[in-house]
Design a protein around this ligand. Structure first.
Ligand SMILES: NC(=O)c1ccc[n+]([C@@H]2O[C@H](COP(=O)([O-])OP(=O)(O)OC[C@H]3O[C@@H](n4cnc5c(N)ncnc54)[C@H](OP(=O)(O)O)[C@@H]3O)[C@@H](O)[C@H]2O)c1
Length: 362
């Protein structure tokens, strides 16, 4: 299948250097830029759930949504309670809490969903932001490759639980499109350069070192971007982008562009003298990078649509692989087996462990 070449500066990088230069080039181009959401756009009464909100992009998103009057739930592995206190102080909104979760452990993901369900929390805006770039391959608690587990599988389980357990409810129960429940996936342009998902080896653990890290990062983000498109189709059957008919869930994804954050925390010492000044000089601050997320999460217009993909403040097509309905259906079926053991008994298919997850999808 052809790699996506739509959009002003499509990314086809296979190395850190070309990824960084392309991202910087994209950052300084004004072509097709959307306007950031004005401060007057408020979200009082809405509950916002943000993963990886203790630092970087996630924390800036939490502060912005808190400033707009939302109730904020920060789902984090670390930084409890300090990061939540920071968000309160920076936003002037005290309606902020943190819930502990390790997204690399599906049991921890389930415990988080149980907490939300038992407390009767209803979420209006979910921002699935947490991410990482490990130096080399590592296993998650269930034996999957870490980025596959955090970028994709955790989100797959969370969304299944949120929808089945009624933690998120379709728009038909609401009043206006401004109130459409939003699900925003923080992906990356790196998904555009990934080869198609290998469903014969779905979820199988792969060993890699520093050189192949970016490739596997892109692949894990392709899983996420494909999931975003498939979830959008599944939850909005019959959606027509040419009509103004209401959508049940507005499900969007984006690449926030290069951010001066903690994402490269595992980079080797010899790269830090190169990376640190580049990040400081050229990368966006987390606050700036939060703008497209907030636009997708809060603007009225984005509540009429679903399946939108932004690269920073510019609308693009997600990759041809990510938008292919057949790939989406395969991803859905294949991953259903991996999360089945973590769902209530009413859900059927049997799970598989990472070491044996090479089955052909049903
Ligand atoms: N930085 C960039 O240039 C860039 C570019 C494109 C896309 N993105 C995407 O933007 C998102 C945010 O990244 P960032 O730049 O803000 O990086 P960051 O500063 O490193 O923040 C990543 C967040 O994800 C959390 N996280 C990682 N593994 C987790 C786990 N197992 N369980 C729970 N939380 C976990 C981290 O928690 P801890 O602090 O506890 O580790 C942290 O809160 C990611 O999805 C990333 O892929 C970033």
């Amino acid at each position: 299948m052809k790699k996506n070449d739509s959009g002003p500066n499509a990314v086809g990088h296979n190395s850190v250097i070309s990824a960084v230069t392309t991202a910087i080039f994209d950052m300084f181009s004004n072509k097709g830029q959307l306007d950031a959401l004005g401060d007057h756009e408020r979200i009082e009464g809405k509950t916002c759930f943000i993963t990886g909100a203790n630092t970087g992009l996630g924390k800036s998103i939490a502060v912005d949504l808190a400033k707009r009057g939302g109730r904020i739930i920060m789902a984090c592995r670390s930084g409890i309670p300090e990061a939540g206190e920071d968000v309160k102080r920076l936003s002037g909104n005290t309606n902020v809490e943190m819930i502990q979760v390790d997204l690399s452990d599906l049991n921890s993901v389930n415990a988080l969903c149980d907490t939300l369900q038992n407390r009767g929390i209803s979420i209006d805006i979910a921002v699935m932001n947490a991410g990482l770039m490990p130096l080399n391959s590592r296993r998650s608690d269930q034996g999957y490759e870490l980025m596959f587990a955090v970028h994709f599988l955790a989100n797959r389980l969370i969304m299944d639980r949120f929808i089945h357990d009624g933690i998120m409810q379709p728009c038909s129960n609401n009043t206006t499109q401004k109130d459409t429940p939003r699900i925003i996936f923080v992906s990356s342009e790196a998904h555009q350069s990934s080869d198609a998902i290998n469903f014969d080896q779905f979820g199988a653990y792969v060993e890699y070192g520093l050189k192949e890290g970016l490739k596997h990062y892109g692949t894990s983000k392709l899983h996420l971007s494909t999931f975003a498109q498939e979830l959008s189709r599944k939850l909005n059957p019959g959606y027509d982008s040419n009509s103004n008919a209401p959508v049940d869930f507005a499900i969007h994804s984006l690449c926030p562009g290069p951010i001066a954050s903690n994402i490269a925390r595992e980079s080797p010492r010899f790269l830090k003298p190169i990376l640190t000044p580049i990040m400081k000089l050229f990368f966006n601050s987390p606050d700036k990078a939060a703008e497209p997320v907030v636009l997708l999460a809060c603007s009225e217009k984005m509540g009429y649509r679903t399946g939108v993909y932004l690269h920073m403040m510019r609308e693009k097509n997600a990759s041809a692989h990510a938008t292919d309905p057949q790939q989406g259906a395969l991803l859905w079926e294949s991953s259903q087996r991996l999360i089945a053991d973590f769902l209530s008994p009413t859900e059927t298919t049997k799970p598989q462990s990472a070491t044996t997850s090479t089955a052909t999808p049903a």
